[in-house]
Design a protein around this ligand. Sequence first.
Ligand code: CDP
Length: 218
Amino acid sequence: MIIAVDGPAASGKGTLSRRIASYYELAYLDTGTLYRGVGWVMLSKNLDPGDEAAAGETARSFSLEQIAGADIRTPDVGRAASRVAALPVVRAALLDFQRQFAAKPPHGAAGAVLDGRDIGTVVCPDALVKFYITAAPEERARRRHEELRQRDGGLSYEMTLEDIKRRDARDSGRETAPMRPAADAQFIDTTKLDADAVFARACRFIDNAIEDRNEAVG
Ligand code: CDP
């Protein structure tokens, strides 16, 4: 059972994905970690995230151990992630890991929740349920600003909003696997919904899909 959760930055897809994974006992992969990880390694080596050859090499040799203890949630790493994510060599190098995770979830879990930008369209086009989680950019900036306020490198609200809009434009405008809802995605706009309401709505879709699948199997 694969659940795909896509959407733009700070839309609430991580919160929703973790809750789905815990409730349905599925493994969870935040695929943004992989792109942020490659971005972080590039920055830590003083490499330009737009350098295609270096980014490709970094992505091919990337492992999660390389970023153990690293703070990859900063705005700088987010920007670097979005730049390396636009490079086809990087996406190709990270695709296998994501598909393997979905096909053979760790710890013997019966399935997986993957969140990102292209899960429903590219990584897991056969997912049982696909969500596209959105929210107004101003609300997403408010949440991200709140989340990062306490840290070094946190931006003002205005700069956070600008950062989010620029990242949205790059992520949806790139040629390879752009951020886009799958044709059969369920949309949830979280602008005016709290985490419980979003989760309840998502569960209805998932429970219906499980029921339909069980009926089809007989
Ligand atoms: O946490 P936030 O929503 O800010 O972003 P993220 O999910 O950590 O992803 C960081 C960046 O990685 C995004 O802006 C995308 O450019 C890229 N990404 C991607 O291209 N494809 C994915 N499946 C996941 C992330």
